[in-house]
Each structure stands twice: as structure tokens, then as C-alpha cells.
Write a protein that binds this ligand. Sequence first.
Ligand SMILES: Nc1ncnc2c1ncn2[C@@H]1O[C@H](COP(=O)(O)OP(=O)(O)O)[C@@H](O)[C@H]1O
Ligand SMILES: [Mg+2]
Length: 274
Amino acid sequence: MNIFKTVSDWIDEDDIDIITRRNVILGNPKFGKSTYGRLCLQIFTKKKFPLTYIDPGGIAASIRCTQDNVVIIGGEYGDVELNQVDKVLPVLMDKEVNFIVDTFELDDEFNKEIVGDLFEFFFNWHREYRRVRKYIIDECDYYVPQYHFDRTCKANIIRCVSKARMFGMGFDFITQNFTMIDKTVLKMVDNHLIFNMSDPIDLKRIGELLGERVDSKIKHLAVGRCLIYNKKDKYTYTVDEPESPSAGSTPRLHVKVEKLDILELNPRLQDLIK
Ligand SMILES: Nc1ncnc2c1ncn2[C@@H]1O[C@H](COP(=O)(O)OP(=O)(O)O)[C@@H](O)[C@H]1O
Ligand SMILES: [Mg+2]
């Protein structure tokens, strides 16, 4: 175990590979998965690496407390309403602007429909342009569940993941219900970021997934610590806290978040989304 390794170092490199990595982020609630997502959003936005954040918890908009160059679509702090998404998407993608899609306020059916349509658009866009962009999907078990009758949203996302390498798409799938997410997704990822996990069934499954039992390490991980597991590497990492405040963590889902002081959107981007 090397305590000097941080997740920031892991994602803060000048390399196309960083954007196109496919990761799954697993762990118990409140151990820092969404915080990792917000840190990633912050680093990518600062470096102008293109990124899209699918945010069903409505927690990512807080990045705009410190950064004015990321567009928020939907939600309480939205720069653009969700029903305008079709209009702004091609511009944001073309200009490599980072954006958050806040689906917190949507009802179940419409939420999945919107996200399903988005990934249909992303698939076609990347197929045509072959440019790189990273996608973070928080609470992903909601969009790519193992069992669900409505398969369109899941099918559209999986189609993207299966062509990710060829099309230049990277993914972060974040979930606290890893036994609930689609197995195809789990098999297609390059890296597993594992936060504290304690359920014996989860631990057994994670052992099967990684090919070795890592129970004792995972059970004792503190908040903000994770094990990054891939073919080359197997280390415990520390997740730095993002500069932006936490607007709400997972247990506060569906509870109104505290009012934030959001910066004005960068004037250059204001023109783009008019
Ligand atoms: N890297 C970290 N350093 C310090 N505190 C953290 C860190 N990650 C998470 N926390 C604390 O834990 C809470 C829950 O984190 P969150 O990322 O929302 O968890 P999860 O998404 O896994 O449920 C945060 O509000 C914060 O107070
Ligand atoms: Mg969370």
C-alpha cells in the first residue's frame, strides 16, 4: 500500500488515454464516490478536457461555485432548460464545452427517456466525428440496471460503451448497488475504483470480478480512500476534496440541497447557448 498515491495524480495527466478510460466506481453510500466524480469534473474542466456529467442527484452543479466554464443543463441552477437540450447539445459538443445534465427534477420515465435519447445522440456524434469525450454517469444502476423492462436507455448506453475505444468515448460508471448493474458494463470497463464495501454478497461478487478476494482491504477503507484495480496496477488511493463544496451527498438524494453561490456563466459560453 502506497499512501502517497492520489486519485488526482491518476486522472491529472496530459494524455488522451485519461479521457477514454472506462471505469466503474463501486462502494457503500457516503464513502466518496460522487466526490470522486466531482473531483474528476473539476480536473477535466480546468484542463479543458471534454466531459459530460449525468447527474440524477443534482449534486454536480456546485462546480460552478469555482468554475464559470461549465454549462449546467436542467435543475435548479441550470443555464439551459432541459427541454432546450437538443438545441444546445451540438454546439457544446462541437466547441468541446463541459456540461452537466441535471435530471434530479424529472420523473422516472422521462428521466430514462431523456438520458436514453442523449446517448443515442452521443453515439451518432462520436461515430461521425471520432473526437474524444468523457462521460460520468452517477447512480448508474438507475440507467443500466441488470433487470428492467424498459431497455432503450440501457441499450443506448451499452452500445456507446461497446464502441467506446473506436469512437473516443470514456466512461465513469458510479454506483452503490453494484450487484444491480448490468454485467456487460462491468465486463467492459478497464478500471475498478472500489471504495469501502462490507456486504458479504458484494464482497464475494467483487472477488469473482477481480479474480481475487480483496475483502480485508475493502472492508477497512476509510472515507475518500479507494482501491484502483486494473491489469497493471493495484493500489490504494486517496481522493482529494474538490474545491467546490458538496451540494449534497447520496443519502440526501431527493432532499433539496442548500442554496449555492453560483458564478455567472463565462460570457463566451453564454453566447454559445443563446
Ligand atoms: N475525499 C474526501 N475527503 C473528505 N471527505 C470526503 C471525501 N469524499 C467524501 N467525503 C465526505 O463524505 C460525504 C459523502 O460523500 P459522497 O461522495 O457523496 O459519497 P457517495 O457518493 O459514495 O455516497 C461527503 O459529503 C463528504 O463529507
Ligand atoms: Mg453518490
